[in-house]
Write a protein that binds this ligand. Structure first.
Ligand code: LMR
Length: 335
């Protein structure tokens, strides 16, 4: 009897194996790290990508978004991407030199893009593709360009004329082009991770910085800077990048679904960037915690004249090819 029940038990176990649904494929996890708040164009864009990617892959892929430097800070996240400990990032293109792709810094040239639409259009052209090609040999694939509008500039004194910058320590995010134009103004630029800026401004480690309204508002920079100039002197853009080994190793159908999700998330992000920044600027104004300034035409001309040497200098830094591509795309003359 005992033997029989053992046999029946064994048979049931075998049957269970055969009738059990095929073991579920392990879920693919994509860690997407970035340094800004959720309530910004990039923050919202990454969450939109998560929503669409999980929907289109029917849950086969899980996107874990880590905002606000909660997983890695600027430099660490780039290293982590190369090592494969995160799969996706969207750093500002000002931070690409450590990847061996300093050509991206050309996008930081002052007064290069007339408006967000011009930027968006330009990156869809040859120059956008050419820059992404630069990443291939580094084990990285560029998926999309995202927008975050134009930089303002701030300090604890009004910044209206180039001479107002004299001797100020200004935090920059990494680009040598930004380093150059702030030096042209007589200030002393200093590279610093985004997550450290608020405290550095508060304690006086640096005197000022540049950033977009959505970043000022969500990081509260406006609470520790008495004066902000809506200078719109340079554009802040991101490139969404993935580790190539990871991306190429995905099943083709899944990769296609993620590409579709990225294309739609990109449309979305770039369509909200301008309004997000306008709303953020309105909130900063309403907060009453800082004084906002706009430049007169003459003041803007004086900034442009002071920063003009950056264009000549840029050629030695980023090379003539990317500058020619940009000039062609934008229909402008450079140098
Ligand atoms: C910065 O470091 O100022 C920006 O790149 C942050 C960001 O990602 O918008």
């Amino acid at each position: 009897m005992k033997k029989l029940s053992t046999l029946i038990g064994a048979a049931a176990a075998v049957l269970a194996v055969f009738v059990a649904p095929a073991a579920a494929q392990p879920q693919i996890v994509v860690k997407f790290s970035h340094v800004v708040a959720n309530d910004t164009p990039k923050g919202k864009g990454s969450l939109k990508f998560k929503e669409l990617a999980e929907k289109y892959t029917n849950g086969k892929v899980k996107i874990e978004v880590y905002p606000n430097s909660s997983l890695f800070k600027d430099k660490e996240e780039i290293e982590a991407l190369q090592l494969g400990s995160v799969q996706m990032l969207a750093p500002s293109t000002a931070k690409f030199a450590p990847l061996g792709a300093k050509e991206f810094e050309a996008l930081d040239l002052p007064w290069l893009f007339k408006d967000d639409a011009t930027y968006d259009q330009a990156m869809k052209g040859e120059v956008g593709k050419w820059l992404f090609k630069k990443l291939e040999s580094k084990g990285i694939i560029g998926l999309a360009y995202w927008d975050n509008g134009f930089h303002m500039t701030s300090a604890n004194r009004p910044l209206l004329n180039p001479t107002d910058f004299q001797g100020l320590k200004i935090r920059i995010s990494g680009s040598k082009i930004a380093d150059r134009y702030f030096r042209d103004l007589g200030s002393i630029p200093q590279i610093m991770a985004f997550s450290e800026v608020y405290q550095a401004l508060q304690t006086g480690v640096v005197d000022g910085c540049e950033n977009t309204p959505s970043n000022y508002l969500t990081q509260k920079f406006h609470e520790v800077q008495k004066h902000i100039t809506i200078s719109n002197h340079a554009h802040l853009q991101y490139a969404v990048i993935v580790n190539s080994k990871f991306w190429n190793g995905l099943p083709a159908d899944v990769r296609g679904q993620l590409e579709k999700a990225m294309a739609e998330a990109t449309e979305y992000t770039n369509s909200i960037a301008q309004k997000e920044n306008e709303d953020a600027l309105e909130e900063i104004k309403k907060s009453g915690k800082t004084t906002l300034h706009t430049l007169t035409d003459d003041q803007q001309k004086a900034w442009q004249t002071a920063m003009a040497p950056t264009y000549k200098w840029a050629k030695g830094r980023v090379g003539g090819e990317v500058l020619d591509l940009l000039a062609h795309e934008l229909g402008i003359k450079m140098n």
